[in-house]
Ligand binder design. Sequence first.
Ligand SMILES: NC(=O)C1=CN([C@@H]2O[C@H](COP(=O)(O)OP(=O)(O)OC[C@H]3O[C@@H](n4cnc5c(N)ncnc54)[C@H](OP(=O)(O)O)[C@@H]3O)[C@@H](O)[C@H]2O)C=CC1
Ligand SMILES: CC(=O)N[C@@H](CCC(=O)OP(=O)(O)O)C(=O)O
Length: 306
Amino acid sequence: MTKPKIFIDGEAGTTGLQIRQRLSGRSDLELLSIDPARRKDPAARAELLNAADISILCLHDDAAREAVQLTTNPTSRLLDASTAHRVNPEWVFGFPELSAEQPEKIRQARYVANPGCYSTGAIALLAPLTQAGLLPTDFPVHIQGYSGYTGGGRALVEAHEKGEDHPMRGAFLSYGLGLAHKHLPETMRYGGLTRTPIFTPNVGGWAQGMTVTIPLHLRELGVSAEGLHATLKAHYAGQEYVKVFEMAENPEILDPQTLNGTNNLELFVYPAADGERALLAARLDNLGKGASGAAVQNLELMLGLS
Ligand SMILES: NC(=O)C1=CN([C@@H]2O[C@H](COP(=O)(O)OP(=O)(O)OC[C@H]3O[C@@H](n4cnc5c(N)ncnc54)[C@H](OP(=O)(O)O)[C@@H]3O)[C@@H](O)[C@H]2O)C=CC1
Ligand SMILES: CC(=O)N[C@@H](CCC(=O)OP(=O)(O)O)C(=O)O
């Protein structure tokens, strides 16, 4: 039997390298590789994009859009890790746990767009609550994100590892203060919000791993922390990669690095003793469920292997 051919366009980058590592032991797939000297040459990329059954795009948005133009073979499929196509209606959103129907949509799709790292955490917390009608779509929501520096891609990784200058290099920096982060459109679309949330991202001096938190005032919502927790628990029942912690078992201190190297996503509801407030929290590896792990999970679905 012929093995499915997989090409990683951008295999030398942060996400591409990690996908390559995750797939390196696989004997059921054939990995197509580009001559490193020609890795940005459109003709060399087009050859592999059209020879592959599935190409995984680990590129910046412009190069990802170019890859779509270069892929003219109608049987070649694309799985994009960039922001370029996440809210494009011709693309299926690569968060299989979004709904019961999402895995089948991914299996059938020619084009799949993976979520961003922060938005994976935010959508995982918001979507079940808006789908169940517990969180009104126009509720004022504030999302905070805390990411390791690999979230900034190769330039920020090299700044940290080689001590080079970079405006985002530091022990702890708040950014995105114009409140227009690129993950907002996908967070609204798939998190089910019609009112733009306030999203405040932060990046720190650790390499990988992240937390995403959403504080909620419950009086206006008319729901208890237990009600929010039960809805999340029911939505993710039976999922392999998403775990909703029992509130009694919530860690007292949330370390963003705990899930590094995995494709897992952990969700928490922290209740305040007064019953009036709760903190929703998500923990994931930005390079795992936030990027490369999610890409491999979607690849398996697209190949019909899961
Ligand atoms: N890092 C993360 O946590 C996450 C990243 N993503 C997304 O995944 C994508 C890749 O990100 P990341 O791996 O971090 O980025 P990197 O900058 O680490 O990697 C991008 C790679 O693409 C290469 N490249 C640039 N232009 C071209 C081109 N025209 N043709 C082929 N290759 C090219 C770059 O080479 P060179 O460096 O030499 O320019 C680099 O090796 C981005 O869209 C990012 O937003 C998604 C989720 C999480
Ligand atoms: C720390 C850092 O810079 N993080 C990136 C997001 C990383 C990510 O998820 O990127 P994509 O949306 O492209 O997939 C940022 O805030 O732009």
